[in-house]
Design a protein around this ligand. Sequence first.
Ligand SMILES: Cc1cc2nc3c(=O)[nH]c(=O)nc-3n(C[C@H](O)[C@H](O)[C@H](O)COP(=O)(O)OP(=O)(O)OC[C@H]3O[C@@H](n4cnc5c(N)ncnc54)[C@H](O)[C@@H]3O)c2cc1C
Length: 440
Amino acid sequence: MRERFDIVIVGAGFAGLYMLHRARKLGLAARVFEAGSGVGGTWYWNRYPGARCDVESMEYSYQFDDALQQEWRWSERFATQPEIMRYANHVADRFELRKDIRFNTRVVAATYDEAAKRWTVRTGDGAETSAQFVVMATGCLSSTNLPDIKGLESFAGARYHTGEWPHEDVDFTGRRVGVIGTGSSAIQSIPILAERARTLTVFQRTANYTVPARNAPLDPDFVARIKADYPAFRARNSLQINAFGSNMPRSAIPARELSPEERRTALEARWRYGGLFFLGAFGDLLLDPAANDEAAEFVREKIRGIVRNPEVARLLSPRQIIGCKRLCVDTDYYATFNRPNVRLVDISETGIDEVTPRGVRVNGTSHELDALVFATGFDAMTGTLLRIDIRGRDGRTLEDAWRAGPRTYLGLSVAGFPNLFLVTGPGSPSVLTNMIVSIE
Ligand SMILES: Cc1cc2nc3c(=O)[nH]c(=O)nc-3n(C[C@H](O)[C@H](O)[C@H](O)COP(=O)(O)OP(=O)(O)OC[C@H]3O[C@@H](n4cnc5c(N)ncnc54)[C@H](O)[C@@H]3O)c2cc1C
């Protein structure tokens, strides 16, 4: 028998949980399908060592319920993955969300029936559910990306992806570990993996800019000040261009109006403060090439100051525009390359020849490994949606509708797919913002 609901929500990350809560408030009968066995989405899947939020804890949380934001206590300036998972579970319990969520259930298809004006949603177990509305709360970074490297399947050691990390602890003690990729997940995990592994070999195609987090336990006085008027703090953050960071807002002054000493002082202050605020040192840091070059060179100078081997420092120094790719935030990333058990292998020119049963071969040199960590990111924005067979009016597939690139109305809906809604997909503010704010 086909179950009927007003609304089907796909995904139980922060978007799906909030959508369910709102749907109930609107009096809609709702069903959520979630592929994982629990809530939390990103934070359910990304359990790699060092996984952590880059937006400050007091801001990376829901604001729809003042009692919720008053009672929850974050312990650190930047919350760890386990703490964010505890928060997501707390929200699910507090608002009794679980009873409407079917876990371990992947949606494989959604088909629009023009005559009935309803959607039929099919799940991996073959069951069909009928709903007037479908909300794809499927996330923008929820389908992992595994590069197509020759010989990948032949590797005899253990293989991990940061975005599908095992639920139990992985013991790297005494093991020779390789990491492929140097994006945000790698930058967060490499310092910790280096402490645990016998050796750590990092395969780098593109160096990325990263700035220190300066993470620390949260100061109770700071928390008390925010909680004394949390709505006002939220309102100040919502006026920031990325919906966070009113404590250290972007400077309004363009670099060219500052003396060289003043520019230096501004960059130093942001570097010392820690976090993504670095990009706010000048009003025109993301607009004026000269201002951008100066900030980029400042980071390269820091790298040269931290990394003792000049050749390794050179390889770790990015050349691209700073802030074009999302800036990364780290704890001891560059210093990790001073450890005797850590090695950087540049694959920018040659790529990887192949993965062999015993390790990874680059430019004819074999690197023997017991474990291989893929920090190779996601099939971002469209990947998860296109894995579902979505058919709108006249049987047209979403894949066909997006053949020339994803087109949406405000990132929320797609012409020809009535009553199908997106939350954090293409066209949404996504990771350019504090995503919980954008989701709400
Ligand atoms: C490592 C990492 C760090 C991040 N750090 C930050 C940060 O510092 N600040 C920030 O704002 N954002 C950050 N993000 C972005 C993060 O994804 C969002 O903040 C937020 O968690 C997205 O919530 P969501 O509900 O939209 O998607 P997700 O959390 O991705 O949840 C989507 C859910 O949908 C489920 N799903 C997908 N397809 C199906 C299907 N076909 N059937 C059933 N279920 C399905 C998935 O299993 C998943 O649980 C980070 C992301 C990653 C990966």
